[in-house]
Ligand binder design. Structure first.
Ligand code: UDX
Length: 439
């Protein structure tokens, strides 16, 4: 079976490489010739644990090209894995998906199945099919199938190779059979449904997870007010298998390329059909507010951030990725700079990307120690292992005033109690060793 994959971002490249790992011969297509040259040399253009090793291991089955005609002409299956970024109004921008659909229509000379992996609004697969049919150059049969992905950044390879389920949204039986063959060696339950339901499974899954996070964040906020501990609450809730113990970590809100975009896109789609998705709207609103939680907490300790030395630990939206999309730091750091603070920041892999956005006004440090030196306050935005494993004693040794605002609950409160710190985290008691620091 000849497989081509359009797009070499997180979804496209990981899909292509994992299908090659399962023995398929895969051609990855991207318009960016520099990226193609890099991948031909066995280098992954994105930071994703395990991806490059898998690429190198499967190089004899992996092909990279910017010549889409060649890649699509005689392909049996063409995956579309290009981005669907958010537009200003919250809807999904489908420009890249439609461009690929047109290129497919202009190139295919064999019957084939076009598989939409990109997250697209419900009904888009139908539009892609109509577009391809209207522009087909040759008299061939092209079926369109929806096959959403459920990968998380940082564990994308593992999530794809050991996926929890394979969802196939098909309108004709033959397309379903072809896709079952593609995934024959994957050990995962297969859900076969129609295209719209498959598209909805993806949105409903992501929006439900976003809702779960916003829910626990609200509970955390209330825990702080009434003196409960959100971690114990989540732990206690998690034993109920109807609730489950995952995605109940309170923090400073969800970021990344999916939850913010997919909640807004589904809400937009519902509105478009004159329906208000109130639970999803609440998840979005709570999240926007939650992102500012640490800045608000800082007002308990300082009237203004003006002139303060601020240590920022973590820039990315979560650990294990260099991705900054919708990261809470993107709203917090500009506010700190605007307030006149001196910001020093550390992140093990996100600095280069952050520098592209903010080259001035921030001092980037290569160690946590340098970042903390002489700081008046520390903000933890990402729970990197380096932060979680950091020797707690060093905060008070290095900082001018050891006030730590932890947006990711990196430390055990019992360990913090032993330190000369003011430690304010999410949904938990604030540790204030008052006699040690003058607050
Ligand atoms: C997510 C989904 O998990 C994945 O299934 C989907 O295909 C794409 O979107 P991703 O965005 O890579 O994946 O990251 P994820 O690990 O889900 O985290 C998203 C955000 O939620 C992060 O900012 C993370 O910090 C936050 N989060 C996650 C919480 O605040 N609390 C949690 O309990 C879990």
């Amino acid at each position: 079976m000849k497989i081509s994959v359009a797009g070499t971002g997180y979804v496209g490249l990981v899909t292509g490489v994992c299908l090659a790992e399962h023995g398929h011969s895969v051609t990855c297509v991207d318009i960016d010739e520099n990226k193609i040259a890099i991948m031909k040399a066995g280098i992954s253009p994105i930071y994703e644990p395990g991806l490059e090793e898998l690429m190198v291991r499967n190089m004899e089955r992996l092909f990279f090209t910017s010549n889409y005609q060649e890649a699509y002409r005689d392909a049996d299956v063409i995956f579309i894995g290009v981005g669907t970024p958010e537009k200003a109004d919250g809807s999904a921008n489908l420009k890249y998906v439609y461009e690929v659909a047109e290129q497919i229509a202009a190139s295919v000379e064999n019957d084939c199945v076009v598989v939409v992996k990109s997250t697209v609004p419900i009904g888009t697969n139908d539009k892609i099919e109509s577009l391809i049919q209207s522009k087909l150059k040759h008299n061939v049969k092209v079926s369109v199938a929806s096959n959403p992905e459920f990968l998380s950044q940082g564990t994308a390879v593992k999530d794809t190779l050991h996926t929890s389920r394979i969802v196939l949204g098909v309108e004709d039986e033959q397309a379903g059979e072809v896709l079952k063959e593609v995934y024959a060696s994957f050990k995962a339950p297969i859900v076969v449904t129609n295209r719209k339901s498959a598209e909805m499974i993806k949105y409903a899954s992501n929006d439900f997870l976003a809702l779960k996070i916003s829910f626990i964040n609200e509970i955390a906020n209330l825990c702080e007010i009434i003196g409960a501990n959100v971690e114990d609450v989540a732990h206690g809730m998690g034993f109920d298998s109807r609730i489950g113990n995952k995605f109940l970590n309170a923090g400073i809100g969800y970021g990344g390329s999916c939850f913010p975009k997919d909640t807004k896109a589904l809400h937009w789609l519902a509105n478009f059909h004159d329906y208000e998705l109130r639970t999803v709207k609440a998840a979005i609103d709570v999240n926007e507010n939650q992102k500012l939680k640490l800045i608000k907490k800082s007002r308990k300790y300082y009237e203004s951030l003006k002139g303060l030395n601020i240590a920022v630990l973590g820039l990315t939206f979560k650990p294990g990725t260099d991705d900054l999309r919708e990261a809470p730091t993107l709203v917090n750091i500009p506010l700190m700079i605007e307030d006149g603070a001196n910001v020093k920041a550390w992140d093990p892999v996100g600095v280069e990307n952050f520098k592209k956005l903010y080259s001035e006004g921030i001092t980037y440090c290569s160690s946590i120690e340098d970042t903390l030196k002489d700081a008046d306050i520390c903000f933890i935005f990402t729970e990197w292992d380096e932060v979680k494993d950091f020797d707690l004693k060093k905060y008070s040794q290095l900082m001018k005033t050891p006030i730590v605002l932890d947006g990711r609950n990196c430390y055990d409160l019992e360990d913090v109690q032993k330190q000369k710190l003011v430690y304010d985290s999410i949904g938990r008691e604030t540790v204030k060793n008052m006699n040690m620091v003058s607050i």
